[in-house]
Structures are given as structure tokens and as C-alpha cells.
Design a protein around this ligand. Structure first.
Ligand SMILES: Cc1cc2nc3c(=O)[nH]c(=O)nc-3n(C[C@H](O)[C@H](O)[C@H](O)COP(=O)(O)OP(=O)(O)OC[C@H]3O[C@@H](n4cnc5c(N)ncnc54)[C@H](O)[C@@H]3O)c2cc1C
Length: 760
């Protein structure tokens, strides 16, 4: 059974090789203990031995000139690979004499752990409801930064092993160390395969059952002894990175601490109980930190807001889609909370201004023209490289006009109305992109608007049956909720609703104004001023603060920070874009529409983003028919000034162009996220004054006391709930590291019951 494809088998095989070699070398008294090197690095003897074996032995490798692919498996550079000769010599000297014993030892080890590797579970993709729609493929559907996965991606996944799938689900490279991993485990740069096997094995165990904490002792019981220390380090790293043991892990997730212990525990203040703040709070509490979450609103969730209709059914006023379910950490959270996901149909038929459906071929033609133009904007970057402030809108709109004109010139279609419809369709696609960016495309950077594309999460989009708020409520489980009662707050982790943070004073840490980590000595050195529900001001001391308020709030500077933020941070806050998006949710007696999602064209470019799309959210509510329509930039402001009934009337006018007999809604909800003082808009975008690096600056901590999370701090997954959630985990990990909580982490790990992952 040469060259196993299972990471645990490889770890055992590697260990067997090492044990056997050490034993035989000792017996021989030769060769020296210094490991062979090639291309300036130590050779991975296990990978070398097993690759030669899989190619039929060193003779065959030599005869068939197979040293090149072996060198690639050994990750040797081209110059090193040219020395296939030296590799052969190394093999003959170091491994050939022991081939027989090594083969036997490695095969025995594979045999021993076969059970674990064989017990591959059926992968639970997510908790689908039985009648979930099967989505159709659409070439480009950019909603909140996520692209729909290609059919190819599904096929590739079919070929992945369980451990590889776990790495993919964790958004990690299967075969390469990620940059952060290289930094943390620099000493393993010569043997990344060892690191990757341990990492992928741990991830696989975690994904086998995400409803429980994966314990380090369980993992250790599967891994050969010689790798225990390394496994512990990698385990701690994965917890800190929020890659395992995140989310809702049952009622007993937080360690039980006495009052005294809690008083002595590190104290972190989190500003904002949105999904990023709650994700961080849960992580920190799991390692014994005392957390106080101050939330200005009287509810949890921030921009996740599931309102209850008069029928007691959920209506989403904020986020509603889980974008890219497969790799989405919120999918894991849904599984932990038994929340059901409903896939959203991607096919979006469009209705023209006369109320008739746009013919499919014309719809597809417009989509192709739009996608071509969008693609071409990326090529224009070279042309405009000296004009960094040029907008996507200016270039895209010109390209679209040119392309439609060109199509007209080259086509023999006589009916001129087709071309007017094409123009309307182009406007619809612009509006759709403005929805995704929460911005007028005239304000979006040509250069970096799609910088997050390489990280787009795979999978369809889905809604949470029963409402998105279930996820935030789940994350908040186990925390005490306090309104006015400060009496017990020193002994517990609490969420304080209707507590608006007004000021942060970190003057005693002033010297640490620089970026990055500094040594931490003085406890509780940051002062947070909070306004309580009865308008009193309270002062709270803590070790560090995690700020998760929306970028819109940071831009307004409603929280005074003393000393003021360093210029690099303030510049990032000022320059990153933050735009609007609103919803009009219409509740009806019965369904009169025909599609789950449908679009409406308009004659006027000055109305393109007003009620241009309608989502059937009935599946979220369960029974009550609900249609949700959008108001996008640049039309958000003028609609926020209008009364609710005016917005509803405008939305109904558009709907009645399609369904003339549409009844009056029995209930409606209109959002105003931009004028909401605790949001200031919907989500971030890369403005003409910012770049992808601005997100990195947003994420960076100030000194060792001010940390920042939230969707606008996540450059890979900005704008989304997933991005916000991951940013919370990221910052919790940084704080754990800064507060030196690794021992607490291990203590927590060691206390868990010892059940072998082998099952005995
Ligand atoms: C209309 C709309 C539709 C959206 N659609 C989707 C979607 O379909 N899918 C998706 O993934 N994302 C969507 N988003 C984006 C998503 O909602 C956000 O990215 C995510 O919820 C942000 O979470 P957060 O924790 O970063 O911030 P928030 O949820 O905004 O949390 C920050 C918290 O800080 C609080 N706060 C503010 N100031 C103070 C203060 N001074 N003191 C104390 N607390 C304070 C706020 O009240 C808030 O609760 C949508 C957003 C909007 C507005």
C-alpha cells in the first residue's frame, strides 16, 4: 500500500520510517546523524522513500528517468531537480540498504490505522430542507461579493479525500502552507508535508462532528508520539485562527469559573453585538476570558435583523443570504444550531417595462455583453495605471455603450426596439452590481473593486428558514443579558443591550501607538465610557477593546477615542467606501408571482436601482407570502427621506407593471440603514480613494489594546455576514495570543474527556 492518500496514515508511515531508520542506523553505527540535504534544504526522507516506492523502486525510477516528478513531490526547485543524479546517490546511500525493513514497518503502520481512515463519513453538505430548489447556473451573479461556483468545482470536489475536503471547507490550500502558517511555523518550511498532514487531519476530525468541541487529547490519541508536541502547537494555532472549535458548541462551551477566578480573568470589552462581536465573544469566553459586550441597540444582530410580522413570522430587514454555502463558516453554525438552509434559485427572469418577460435569448445576450464589458474593465487597468482615482462606473458605462453600438452595427436585426431593450437590460445589470457593491459605480475603484474574487466562497446562496437572527441568538446563548444591572458584571460575561459606548481612553497605552503587538504588562489599562439605558455614564476598565461597530459609525467619529487613532488607521477609515442599500418588504395574503427571484427593467437610468429586483422570501417565513425588493445606490438617500407609504407605493407601482392585479400588501416594512445612527449604511466597498490594502489597515490593531472586527475589516470576504463572523474569530485569536492564553487553551483542552478517535 505505498504512498497513502490519508494524512493520518502518512503520519504513521513517516513515524515508522523515522523509528526504523533511527534503529537501523544505530545498529550500523552509520551514516552520520546529519540528514541529507538537496537544493539547500533538508530532504523529506519519508516523501522520498514513498515516491520512489510508488514509481516501482529506484531501478525503475532511474531507467524511466522519473526523478523529475519525484523532485516535484519533494518540492525541490528546478535547479535542484537538475541534480537528479544527486537524489539518486542520496537514495542509494541513505535508504536503499534498508528498503525491506522500511517497507515492512511503513505497511504495518498503515494497516494499524486503517480503521480510522476507512471510516469516512458521508459529508453533510448542510442541513437542506427536502424541497430545496435545485439552482440553475448563471454566468455571473455577483451578490455581496460571492460568485456562484462552476459545475467544474463540484466535480473537482468529488475527487477530494475527506481530509482535503476539510481543508477546502476551511478555505485553506490543501497542499501548501498558507502565509500565516509559514510565519507561525517558520521552522517547518523544509517539511511542509508534515505540517499539512497534521493540520488536515485535525480539520477532518473537527468536520466529522462540528457540534462538539474537538479535543486535543482525542487528536493526540491518533497521532504518533513523536509528533505530539507539534500537534499541540498546530491544534492551538487552528483554535486561535478560528478554524476549529468555533461557533456554538453546546451549553457547556464555557469553562466553569469561580467568582474569584472570573475577577482575575483577563477582561475584554467588545463594542457591538453584531455577528462579528458575538463570534469573538464566544471564542474568548471559551478560553476563560471575561467579556463585556456593549450594544447600543435594544436587540442583538446589528445589520442582521429578522423582524417579526404581525403573523409572528420572520421578515429579513438586513442580511438575508448566506452567500457561497459550501465554504461558508455560517453553514457550520447552521448545522450546530439545527437551522435549515433553503437554496435560492439563481435563475432570475427579467420583466420589461411593458410587463412582459424579456425573451431568454435577449436576456442572455445582454448578460454576455455586460460580462464582456466587465471583463474588459480589468484590461483597462493597464491603460489607466497612472490614474488611480478612476471609477469602475465611468469605464464600464462607456464600454457598455460601445458594445451595444457595435452589436447594432454588425447585426441585421431591423426591429430597433430590441436595442432599446438591450440598453434597459444593461442598466439593470449596472443596478445589480450597485446592489453588490452598495455603491454608485461612479464611486467604486476601477482597480480594486473585485479584489476579493480569488476568495469567493464556493456553493450556492441560501436563506435561513426561520430567519438569520437565529444565528446571532445562538451565538449569544450562555451569556448573561443585562440592561441596567452592573452589580454582577465583574463575575460574568455579559451582553449589555441599550448601552452605547461614547468614549475609549487608552492613554496609559499611548506609547504603543505603533501597529502590531507589544508586550503586555499592565492589567485593565483601557477605560471605556458607556451610556446606560437611563442615560447615566459608566466607566469600565478592561485589558483591551474590540471595536466592531460598522464603518459608517467609525466614519462619523461618534465614539471619541483618546488619544486619537494613528493617522494610518484614520486614513483607512476615511477612505474605504461605505454605502447604502435598503429593502421594502411586502407581506401579502397569497402568492401571485411566479418566480423565486425576478427583475424589473426601467426606462430611466435615474431609477435603475429602485425596486429593480424582487425576492420571494416566503420560504424564510414558512407560510406568509413575502416579497422583498431593493433600493440601491445612488437612490438610497432620496428614498430614506420619503415616508414609508411613499416607498411602498413606488414599489407597488413597479410590481403592478408586471402584475396589474397585485393586491395591496397587508403589511410592509421599509428600512433606512443609512440614516440609522448605529449603522450609517449597509456595507463597505473599495472607493476610488482606497485599495485592497485599505482593508488590511482596517483589520490591524492599534498598539496592543484596540482591536477591530466587522465586515469592513475583512478584505477577503468583505460586505458579508461570513466575512464579519470570520473577522470576529480572527481578532479573538489575536487577543488570545496577546494575552498569552495558550496555557488556558491547553488547560481547557486537557480537561476534556479522553475518548480515542479510534473509538476505544
Ligand atoms: C440591507 C442589507 C442587506 C444585506 N444583505 C446581506 C446578505 O444577504 N448576505 C450577507 O452576507 N450580508 C448582507 N449584508 C451585510 C451584513 O448584514 C453585514 O456584513 C454584517 O451583518 C455585519 O456584521 P458586523 O458584526 O460587522 O456589524 P453589525 O452587524 O453592524 O454590528 C455592529 C454592532 O455595533 C453596534 N453599535 C454601533 N455603534 C455602537 C456604539 N457606539 N456602542 C455600542 N454598540 C454600537 C450596532 O448597533 C451593531 O449591533 C446586508 C446588509 C444590509 C444592511
Amino acid at each position: 500500500m505505498p504512498c497513502s492518500d490519508d494524512p493520518l496514515a502518512r503520519l504513521h508511515g513517516r513515524s515508522a520510517l523515522e523509528d526504523t531508520l533511527e534503529m537501523l542506523w544505530k545498529k550500523d553505527g552509520s551514516p552520520s546523524k546529519r540528514r541529507p540535504r538537496c537544493g539547500n534544504r533538508e530532504l523529506d526522507l519519508y516523501v522520498f522513500f514513498e515516491s520512489v516506492r510508488s514509481f516501482g523502486g529506484i531501478l525503475k525510477v532511474h531507467e524511466n528517468r522519473l526523478m523529475q516528478p519525484i523532485a516535484e513531490l519533494l518540492r525541490l526547485s528546478l535547479t535542484a531537480t537538475s541534480s537528479g543524479y544527486s537524489l539518486r546517490l542520496i537514495y542509494l546511500k541513505w535508504l536503499k540498504p534498508y528498503e525491506e525493513q522500511l517497507e515492512r514497518a511503513i505497511d504495518d503502520s498503515y494497516e494499524r490505522i486503517n480503521n480510522f481512515c476507512e471510516s469516512k463519513r458521508q459529508w453533510p453538505d448542510c442541513v437542506w430542507s427536502k424541497d430545496a430548489n435545485v439552482p440553475k447556473k448563471r454566468s455571473r451573479w455577483k451578490q455581496n461579493g460571492a460568485k456562484v461556483c462552476s459545475e467544474d468545482a463540484h466535480q473537482v470536489e468529488e475527487h477530494l479525500t475527506e481530509a482535503e475536503k476539510a481543508a477546502v471547507l476551511s478555505r485553506l490550500s490543501v497542499n501548501e502552507m498558507e502565509p500565516e502558517e509559514q510565519v507561525e511555523f517558520e521552522y517547518l518550511q523544509d517539511s511542509p508535508d508534515l505540517f499539512l498532514d497534521i493540520r488536515n487531519h485535525i480539520l477532518r476530525v473537527w468536520y466529522r462532528d462540528v457540534s462538539h468541541r474537538t479535543s486535543c487529547s482525542d487528536i493526540l490519541s491518533t497521532v504518533p508520539k513523536r509528533y505530539h508536541d507539534l500537534t499541540k502547537d498546530i491544534f492551538i494555532f487552528l483554535v486561535r485562527q478560528g478554524l476549529i472549535n468555533f461557533g456554538f458548541l453546546g451549553k457547556n462551551q464555557f469553562p466553569i469559573r469561580s467568582r474569584e477566578q472570573m475577577e482575575k480573568a483577563p477582561h475584554v470589552v467588545i463594542i457591538g453585538a453584531g455577528i462579528s462581536g458575538l463570534a469573538a465573544a464566544r471564542q474568548l469566553c471559551s478560553v476563560g476570558v471575561r467579556v463585556s459586550i456593549f450594544e447600543a441597540r435594544d436587540r442583538l444582530g446589528g445589520r442582521i435583523h429578522t423582524k417579526t410580522s404581525s403573523n409572528n413570522e420572520p421578515v429579513e430587514l438586513g442580511a438575508m443570504l448566506i452567500t457561497g454555502v459550501q465554504q461558508n463558516p455560517l453553514n457550520t453554525l447552521c448545522r450546530q444550531l439545527n437551522a435549515v438552509l433553503e437554496v435560492v434559485q439563481e435563475d432570475c427572469p427579467l420583466y420589461d417595462v411593458n410587463g412582459c418577460l424579456v425573451p431568454k435569448d435577449l436576456d442572455m445576450l445582454a448578460e454576455d455583453i455586460f460580462n464582456d464589458a466587465l471583463e474588459e474593465t480589468t484590461k483597462m487597468r493597464k491603460l489607466y495605471k497612472d490614474k488611480r482615482h478612476i471609477s469602475l462606473g465611468s469605464v464600464l458605462k462607456r464600454l457598455l455603450e460601445e458594445k451595444i453600438m457595435l452589436f447594432r452595427q454588425n447585426s441585421d436585426i431591423k426591429d430597433s426596439t430590441i436595442f432599446t431593450t438591450l440598453k434597459r437590460l444593461a442598466q439593470w445589470h449596472i443596478a445589480n452590481l450597485e446592489y453588490a457593491c452598495a455603491a454608485d459605480l461612479e464611486h467604486v475603484s476601477l482597480f480594486d473593486w473585485d479584489q476579493d474574487d480569488p476568495w469567493a466562497l464556493e456553493g450556492e446562496h441560501a436563506i435561513v428558514k426561520g430567519g438569520f437572527s437565529q444565528l446571532v441568538e445562538g451565538l449569544a446563548r450562555g451569556f448573561k443579558k443585562a440592561w441596567q444591572d452592573f452589580d454582577n458584571w465583574k463575575h460574568d460575561s455579559c451582553i449589555f443591550l441599550r448601552h452605547e459606548v461614547k468614549a475609549i481612553n487608552w492613554s496609559s497605552k499611548q506609547k504603543n501607538e505603533d501597529r502590531g503587538r507589544k508586550s503586555f504588562s499592565k492589567k485593565e489599562s483601557v477605560l471605556v465610557k458607556v451610556q446606560t439605558p437611563n442615560a447615566n455614564m459608566r466607566e469600565v476598565l478592561c485589558d483591551c477593546v474590540l471595536i466592531t461597530v460598522p464603518l459608517g459609525v467609525l466614519k462619523e467619529r461618534t465614539i471619541s477615542i483618546y488619544p486619537q487613532l494613528p493617522s494610518w488607521k484614520q486614513e483607512a477609515i476615511d477612505s474605504l467606501g461605505f454605502g447604502g442599500l435598503n429593502k421594502v418588504c411586502l407581506v401579502f395574503e397569497e402568492v401571485f408571482w411566479k418566480h423565486s427571484v425576478f427583475g424589473a427593467l426601467t426606462d430611466s437610468p435615474n431609477e435603475r436601482g429602485e425596486f429593480y429586483i424582487f425576492w420571494d422570501m416566503t420560504k424564510c417565513s414558512g407560510q406568509t407570502p413575502v416579497l422583498v425588493t431593493m433600493i440601491c445606490e445612488p437612490f438610497v438617500g432620496r428614498n430614506e427621506l420619503a415616508d414609508d407609504h411613499v416607498c411602498v407605493k413606488r414599489a407597488m407601482n413597479v410590481l403592478r407593471r408586471i402584475f396589474p392585479n397585485a393586491p395591496e400588501p397587508k403589511e410592509s416594512f421599509v428600512t433606512r440603514w443609512s440614516s440609522d445612527q448605529y449603522a450609517g449604511g449597509a456595507y463597505s466597498f473599495i472607493s476610488i480613494n482606497s485599495t485592497s490594502k485599505t482593508y488590511d489597515a482596517m483589520a490591524e490593531n492599534v498598539g496592543d489594546v484596540l482591536y477591530f472586527a466587522g465586515e469592513a475589516t475583512n478584505g477577503r470576504y468583505p460586505t458579508t455576514c461570513a466575512g464579519a463572523f470570520l473577522s470576529g474569530l480572527r481578532e479573538a485569536g489575536k487577543i488570545m495570543k496577546h494575552l498569552h492564553l495558550d496555557t488556558l487553551l491547553l488547560e481547557n483542552i486537557q480537561k476534556k474527556r479522553k475518548v480515542s478517535a479510534f473509538g476505544h
